[in-house]
Design a protein around this ligand. Sequence first.
Ligand code: NAP
Length: 505
Amino acid sequence: MPFTPHGKHLIAGEWIASGETFESAPANGLAHRFSVGTVELVDRAVRAAEAAFETYAHSSRQDRAVFLETIADEIEARGAEITEIGTQESGLPAARLEGERGRTAGQLRLFAAHIRKGDYLDRRYGAALPERQPLPRPELVMVQRPIGPVAVFGASNFPLAFSTAGGDTAAALAAGCPVVVRGHSAHPGTGEIVAEAIKAAVEKCGMPTGVFSLIQGGDNSVGQALVQHPLIKAVGFTGSLAGGRALFDLCAARPEPIPFFGELGSVNPMFLMPQAAEARGPEIGRGWAGSLTMGAGQFCTNPGIAVVIDGKEADAFVAAAAEALAQVEAQVMLTDGIAGAFCDGRERIAQSGAVRPVTVGIAEGRAAAPALFETSAAEFGENPLLHQEVFGPLGLVVRATSADEVMDIARGLEGQLTVTLHMDDGDTEAAQALLPVLERKAGRLLVNGFPTGVEVADAMVHGGPYPASTNFGATSVGTLSIRRFLRPVCYQNMPAALLPEDARG
Ligand code: NAP
């Protein structure tokens, strides 16, 4: 049976309609009507989350682990319907939705295993020293505790893995924090069916109903009310720099400022070192074209900039990339707005007077065709516009005249999610010189690969200095991401009977 959304919000275990409705805008298939989010619903959901917090924060890690695993099972049980509505709403191919579903379920199970192990609690103990002179030392027990209700905003380009039950929700629930999701307007039906899976898991596991709510749609006032609600203690956001910055500023301006963990856009520069460019420039160029156009270029890790030393190796790299890009057909984008923003961004670059077009495809409506431009290191250094993300299949080659210019480019970069080096053994010395500069710029540094594709693992960092993220100490992917929703608490001379279970272990 195909899934037909009923279009309601999920507030503390109940499906609720709110008078006004909006129509979804799927890439293909039927549009459906959804209730519009309101500030009043935000308040209800957050109050329910707060009411659930004290119970949920003190639930055992084993119970939370089973809850996370049950969410994964319930998502998988709805796999075919999720893929169907997800492909309709996003225009992404079925294989992509299936892969993302596996990643989403795998992420929930990884967090279950992680909290069972308990290392994340970072327990520290200082024994009492009653005889110490001149003063005795008290007994100190430190453990990480959940921070409180968390607001989550998903991104349009990952309707599963960075959305309703995505990494932020999984990490917060694993930590012991109830979650209120502001559903992304680009995939409300996918959000609804995933919320249904979470609701089923809440019921099966006997969790307090306020532990999860989903509010659909509504204008920016809904998201703004959510981050400003006094009972919300942290925000996980994946999306654009503009949206993330607006919400970050609101969090900072609250009477009680709260952490806003925004994972934002990035241009993910690649540096082609001379030996690698000489040995396999065309091969790297073809690989780059594949990475740039994967998913219509709609990845936050899309490597939008390639830096190469000018010469015949650079020419061969660019020619191979251009040839491969010219063969990629136009692909449908996630929303009309994103397709429009891609066209606008491409035109801004084309009209900047600082670039030369190499290949620029034509596409109509909600589709995007690849575009490749070139510029010089000098132009790149002088034009902040060329450093900005154009979300979609657009690449910019920056030709430097020397290793010193490459270093200048590296030094001038803003914060990035990733930076990639393509290098051979003969490039080691030059790479060693660049690395201390690049290390300051990105959350993940890669050699001889492409950054699209982010492993969900203990050692992953998906974040980086601003503007890649709003919090350089955090990652939104991998088990370390749980730390965003915890805070250390020290218990001094506390009888064991009063310590939380996690502090006793
Ligand atoms: P977006 O337009 O910023 O939307 C993200 C969510 O925030 C949506 O629910 C949106 O509401 C809401 N929102 C945006 N601005 C708001 C404001 N001023 N007030 C209240 N709510 C606001 O981002 P997107 O287009 O979905 O995602 C694409 C972007 O995300 C790209 O830039 C991409 O690089 C980035 N991204 C980053 C990562 C990462 O891990 N760093 C991963 C994926 C994507 P509506 O639903 O009403 O639009």
